[in-house]
Design a protein around this ligand. Structure first.
Ligand code: PLP
Length: 264
């Protein structure tokens, strides 16, 4: 038998510090027992203190990475992360339409916790128009959900309204990561499934600065679980459980926003 082992793909940026981006994605996929592959869209010079520099790769090299993977692997689920700018969002969208890599989880990465812009401001319109409609699962945090919908979100009701709006924009299943902002005592995420069912995912508040790569880890775990054949609801619930455990048992690495514990 060939090509039967669950294979996944992350389309994103690297993190030289190993805690976020493609590095976090592959570590998560490994821990969730799927085979991870990667299309590198951008390379960052980064550590737990922040993003010092980054550069997006030329179109030809990105296209060739997609072609290499399509020629050899049977990708069952894929995700996008940092896509840098409008041109690169478009390059990725064109490749996603060309190949069949299974359900797509879109983590609409915009700004790193340290404040660095990982997506150019003027690329938001391209994400809205071209990428969101391809998303089988869309996983914005609150600031990203606000940018994508144009809504101000300060309450749980507004999170629910934003999820509906994101579905109207074409995303099938929507997970809005609330963190502690709209619900101070717990980390609450709102999920609106494609069939209209919805639910809240809550975890107790954990006070830690070691949360670097949380969004990447969540979207990669969802991707891994979809590749194993789980349905969207189960994949999302398993993703939340994994991230909660990975935050709860921190490892001491670096001097700033440290990485998660992917073994947790
Ligand atoms: N670097 C890359 C390449 C990323 O994709 C991301 C998040 O998606 C980050 C950094 C930001 O990580 P965080 O905001 O969790 O520190």
């Amino acid at each position: 038998m060939t090509n039967e082992f669950p294979q996944t793909l992350t389309i994103a940026g690297t993190d030289s510090g190993g805690g976020a981006g493609i590095m976090a994605d592959l570590k998560t996929m490994q821990e969730r027992h799927v085979f991870g592959t990667a299309v590198v869209v951008a390379v960052t010079a980064q550590n737990t203190l922040g993003v010092q520099d980054f550069m997006a790769l030329p179109k030809q090299l990105i296209d060739e990475q997609f072609a290499s993977l399509a020629a050899d692997f049977k990708i069952r689920a894929c995700k996008t992360g940092m896509l840098a700018d409008a041109e690169h969002v478009h390059i990725v969208v064109e490749n996603l339409k060309k190949y069949h890599f299974g359900p797509l989880t879109v983590d609409p990465v915009m700004i790193a916790k340290g404040g660095a812009a990982l997506l150019a401001d003027d690329a938001v319109a391209t994400v809205q128009k071209e990428l969101v409609p391809l998303a089988d699962v869309l996983t914005p945090n609150l600031p990203e959900a606000q940018r994508l919908t144009g809504l101000t979100i300060t309450t749980s009701e507004e999170m629910e309204q934003a999820a509906v709006k994101l579905q109207e924009m074409g995303a099938k299943n929507v997970l809005i990561k609330g963190g502690h902002e709209a619900t101070p005592d717990k980390a609450s995420d709102f999920v609106l499934l494609a069939d209209g069912r919805s639910f809240w995912l809550s975890a107790p508040r954990i006070d830690t600065v070691r949360t670097h790569g949380t969004g990447d880890t969540l979207s990669s775990c969802i991707t891994a679980e979809l590749a194993k054949g789980n349905d969207f609801e189960s994949a999302i619930r398993l993703g939340k459980d994994y991230v909660t455990a990975a935050i709860a048992h921190p490892i001491e690495v670096g001097h700033g926003h440290g990485p998660l514990n992917h073994w947790a």
